[in-house]
Design a protein around this ligand. Sequence first.
Ligand SMILES: O=C(O)C(=O)CO
Length: 405
Amino acid sequence: MEEVCSFRSYQSLIGAIVKCVHGNNNLIKFDKFFKCQQPGAPVHFQTYFLSNPNVRLVIHSGRRQFIEGFGLQKVKFASMSKPKILITRSDYPKNSIEALESKYNVEIWDNVKNGDITKKDFVERVSGASGIFCCLNDRVDKDVIEAAGPSLKVVSTMSVGVDHVDLKTLKSKGVRLGYTPDVLTEATAELTVALLLATSRRLLESNQAIRNGEWTSAWAPLKWCGPALKGSTVGIYGYGRIGQSVARKLKAFEVSRILYGSAQEKPEGKAIGAIQTSLDNLLKESDFVIVTCALSDKTRGLFNKDKFAMMKSTAIFVNSSRGAVVDQDALHDALVSGQIRAAGLDVMTPEPLPSNHPLLSLQNCVILPHIGSATYQTRMLMADMVVKNITTALHGEEMPAEYAL
Ligand SMILES: O=C(O)C(=O)CO
């Protein structure tokens, strides 16, 4: 119910504004403004606060002390003189929200139980913001960036992927972009290996069989078998931080060859004996195809019918990058027809995937709800980095992780 309002249009006020929340909708309505030019004026506030239980937020000119001491613990205070930060969900780690609250006027979209912030709400709430704390669910498009207005200095996303952000518009407006590389590399690589094993060793399928009462013989020679990692050829498409970390981890499984597809040869590849090759060759030769590339115009829909046709019929396809790099209908057909053996997906389109989606009915498709970076440690580090990206950008300083626009 309680929403911190945008007070861009009230910046001319010297003094304070009282916000009342009315009825059962989220509309912001002001029914009284108080101007406070002299120290004597607070008496108005006192009278009003004490008699009106609807008061939730007081926006003041910066001299908060004159309205403190009224015993109004439930009332939030916000200063017009502080920059506004829009936070797109209330379930980001608490300390990151508190760190911003201690410095800025923070407006939080607090309706996450009903879904992500809608485009309409995003456009409405962002007005006058100097910074946006967002994540990959939130499309920071031209309309949002323009709705923020000239105050916008930084967009800080809690993700390494930036495909949800209109980079061109940000650049044209001189707005900086913060993101969260490095801190999530190991968690995402660990999950990629977990997904590879869950898919190849049929962990979900066999576990479900137990729950269905289908474990009828203690041990069966060929039941629930899958291909071995040891001695296999693994192809990794997108050999950046995460791809390289996956490769390092797979060395421990004694795979026989690691191929990688990347625009340039990487010294990190050489160091562990990974071989750069074309995508087509990687698809033809790999027993396991792992996708860790970024989503771009070049990679959108890249894994299509033709690419699945190049893969071995025994191949396992794993994607922990972005769903949109895959033509999902083509993947579905390849899994149903046996063109490839199985797929493990941490990402798909759309997210969340509807529970009646055809991919979910396939035994040979393991689907996870985009949890690549989901370790407690990583998510805390990501949130900290988002906050530091905002605070440094607003001071005009070097950001810990600025995306080069
Ligand atoms: O950071 C990202 O881009 C993710 O996909 C989730 O952490």
